[in-house]
Design a protein. Structure first.
Length: 259
């Protein structure tokens, strides 16, 4: 299956998706498709999702023709390989700080001769179809999306070396962690954060990699697109639900108070 999100990014287009870290719903994929999302990122770093949960969510996305991506909790082969074998069409890896770490990621995700991913075919990642193993491995190497997160001062310092590794598709700025690492927690308009953003963006442009970002509201999304972000995960399920519920209940409460 062609990875439409990866194709968009390679063509210089903007891909828009959503982060899922709270709601394990079989309807998530179709709801995202109805909203016009290109992709969903299912989070295993800051959620309690199990591998079985992730498998169900991946299937929900793929059934709705939405690219299924998984944020694994750490740079370890078994986290990456299991999510890929469950059908993930790409991975996000947090706290990427060095070239060696990036090489390990690419080696874990790609089949030989590019990497050293273990082979199992006729299972979820190839939709249980099987077929010519050589062709399947080559296609997986071409279509799997790799997102590395730049979310520490060390990661920003080494971003040029990180993105020089062939196979990286997106450098994702984790703004909360990055501002904490820079000693300016939550200050997204601070000059130090903006300088870090620009350094990552310049490295992305140099190496032909898309810049990724998670804006929490529409004005932030538009501002980041204008700054150069091309892979946008608009907010997360828990954040949208909490904000909408709070706003609507407050309006109802205000109305009741005025009666």
């Amino acid at each position: 299956m062609k990875n439409e999100t990866k194709a968009k990014l390679k063509n210089g287009e903007i891909a828009v998706g959503h982060f899922v870290l709270e709601f394990d719903s079989p309807g998530m994929g179709q709801m995202a498709a109805n909203a016009g999302c290109d992709f969903l990122i299912f989070d295993m770093e800051h959620s309690v999702f199990t591998q079985e949960t992730i498998r169900r969510l991946i299937l929900s996305a793929k059934a709705a023709d939405v690219t299924a991506l998984v944020r694994v909790p750490y740079t370890e082969y078994f986290f990456m390989s299991r999510s890929l074998d469950a059908g993930a069409e790409g991975l996000m890896i947090p706290r990427v700080e060095t070239r060696d770490q990036t090489l390990k990621i690419v080696e874990s995700v790609k089949y030989p001769p590019v990497g050293n991913r273990g082979a199992a075919f006729g299972i979820a990642h190839d939709d249980y179809k099987g077929g010519d193993i050589g062709a399947l491995a080559e296609r997986a190497n071409e279509e799997t999306l790799i997102i590395v997160q730049t979310e520490t001062a060390k990661g920003v310092e080494n971003v040029d070396e990180i993105l020089s590794v062939e196979g990286v598709d997106v450098a994702w700025i984790g703004q909360c962690d990055l501002t904490i690492s820079l000693g300016i927690p939550g200050q997204y308009d601070h000059p130090d954060f903006l300088r870090a953003f620009d350094k990552v963006l310049n490295a992305c442009e140099k190496h032909g990699v898309a810049l990724g970002y998670l804006p929490l509201d529409v004005p932030d999304a538009l501002a980041m697109i204008d700054r150069g972000a091309r892979c946008i995960a608009y907010s997360a399920d828990a954040f949208l639900f909490s904000t909408a519920l709070k706003n609507d209940v407050q309006q109802i409460s205000d109305y009741i108070a005025k009666r």
